[in-house]
Design a protein around this ligand. Structure first.
Ligand code: PLP
Length: 461
């Protein structure tokens, strides 16, 4: 036992001194953003009051604020703007689907619930096996032949979701891409072949901003193909979701409204603290698959309870930080931050392109910059080979991490190692960028020199 001061002092040593600051101008590694001040205020409030967005008698006004934001996001997507409490009922046919959504802990959770909803939606429809003689159509048999179709660069959470949803180990079909993007013709052919084989497709997962390259699948074409094949489209916009409020680049998400479900991560390109994400459904009635009623909590009495839509029960009031940020900065204000980050990434791409000791691997679409070191020092008499450049990538990243001055990430592009910058700081100065690139160049030529000496020594002995 001790005082709060003592605990703080200890935590400084144990945690703060070693924590990586995502707001730091030389942190350019992963998809972590600098955060807005109003959101920090909101976090302090929501945590202090300790609201659980769960049932009406626990969450009251917090439930309404979250719902208002969910309606706002479904509107931005283009799902339609029917207000929640005015369900359209008409005697002349079924009511139009009412979009809805729920906040979650992150893109992983949103993708899981989106794919779960898609799976249940598929199972609620007749099995294709009825058309294929002799096929068993019970639930287990259908699950064992159910597929999820994605592009090459889908997030790992899609595979995790498939495992949790009881699908077969080979259930996720990864289509070879057209560069970094899903190829619509390949998707079309694959869906036809699966239908011919009597396989069911729970969902096609398109990505609006791949985690690794920031590439956006051709959403409108993919959406059209999914409609034609009557297949659920889940758009994972965990990274690219911020484009929904971009004053200049909203068109990059053209066609997202064709999705049946969408994942948006507010703790990435909406510049909010961890954690804040949402799953949005074109037809909010899909949340019935997530509903279990209990007399003590959420009796089926016609009352709307937030818990009816969530895989969680006790749930943080993460919506408040989005609310407060919007009230202070406005949607355009958030969008301009992302636009700024994309501009910075483009500038870095040009700088790298012009640098003889660096090689640009991909021109950035969003805010991801992929590049390789090409030090001249390896051998003055011959240029560095591809293999040598490849061998430098991971050690350069490790050296920077060990040094602690600049932080970049590493990945693999087209089978070859690559360094990666994920830029989410719109205010990044050229000096900071130059310093990070100088650290990369220095580490690369130092390591290359070591490699050359090792090679020479090997030749001599
Ligand atoms: C980050 C990311 C995820 C996972 O989101 P978390 O919030 O980390 O759980 C899913 N999909 C894509 C495309 C992402 O970039």
């Amino acid at each position: 036992m001790g005082t709060l001061d003592e605990a703080l002092e200890e935590v400084r040593e144990l945690y703060l001194d070693h924590a990586v600051g995502y707001h730091h101008p030389r942190y350019l590694a992963h998809l972590n953003c600098p955060i807005t001040i109003p959101a920090v205020a909101a976090e302090a409030l929501a945590t202090s009051i300790n609201t659980a967005v769960e049932t009406w008698d626990q969450g009251t006004s917090a439930c309404l604020i979250e719902q208002k934001l969910v309606d706002w996001v479904t509107d931005l997507i283009g799902f339609g703007v029917t207000p929640r409490h005015s369900r359209v009922t008409s005697s002349s046919g079924p009511a139009a689907p009412r979009p809805d959504g729920v906040f979650t802990t992150g893109g992983t959770a949103s993708n899981l619930q989106g794919l779960f909803t898609a799976r249940e939606d598929r199972l609620a429809r007749p099995a294709p096996g009825r058309r294929v003689a002799g096929r068993d159509t019970d639930r287990g048999a259908r699950l064992s032949r159910m597929r999820i179709v994605t592009g090459e660069h889908a997030h790992l959470s899609v595979i995790k979701a498939a495992r949790l949803l009881g699908l077969a180990p080979d259930a996720v079909i990864t289509l070879p891409g057209d560069g970094d993007r899903m190829d619509p013709a390949t998707l079309d052919r694959t869906l036809s072949a699966l239908a011919d084989a009597g396989d069911e497709v729970a969902a096609v997962v398109a990505v609006a901003g791949t985690t690794d390259h920031g590439a956006i699948d051709p959403l409108r074409e993919v959406g059209g193909i999914c409609r034609r094949h009557d297949v659920w489209l889940h758009v994972d916009a965990a990274y690219g979701g911020g484009l929904l409020v971009s004053p200049t680049r909203r068109d990059l998400l053209d066609g997202i409204e064709l999705a049946d479900s969408v994942t948006v991560d507010f703790h990435k390109t909406f510049f909010l603290p961890v954690a804040a994400s949402a799953l949005l459904l074109r037809d909010g009635s899909g949340f019935r698959h997530s509903t279990v009623s209990a007399n003590y909590l959420n009796p089926a009495d016609g009352e709307d309870h937030a818990v009816d839509k969530s895989l969680q029960t006790t749930r943080r009031f993460d919506a408040l930080k989005l609310w407060m940020t919007l009230r202070v900065m406005g949607a355009d204000g958030i969008g301009r931050l992302l636009d700024g980050a994309i501009d910075v990434a483009a500038r870095i791409g040009r700088t790298i392109d012009a640098d003889p000791e660096l090689e640009l691997v991909r021109r950035p679409d969003l805010s991801t910059v992929l590049f390789r070191p090409r030090p001249a020092v390896t051998a003055p008499d011959r240029p560095v080979t591809d293999d040598e450049a490849d061998a430098l990538v991971r050690p350069v990243r490790d050296a920077l991490f060990a040094e602690g001055r600049s932080l970049v990430a590493s990945t693999v592009v087209d089978g070859r190692p690559s360094l990666k910058l994920t830029v989410l700081d719109p205010n990044l100065e050229d000096d900071d960028v130059d310093a990070v690139l100088a650290d990369v160049r220095d580490a690369a030529s130092y390591l290359a020199e070591g490699m050359r000496q090792a090679t020479t020594a090997g030749v001599l002995t």
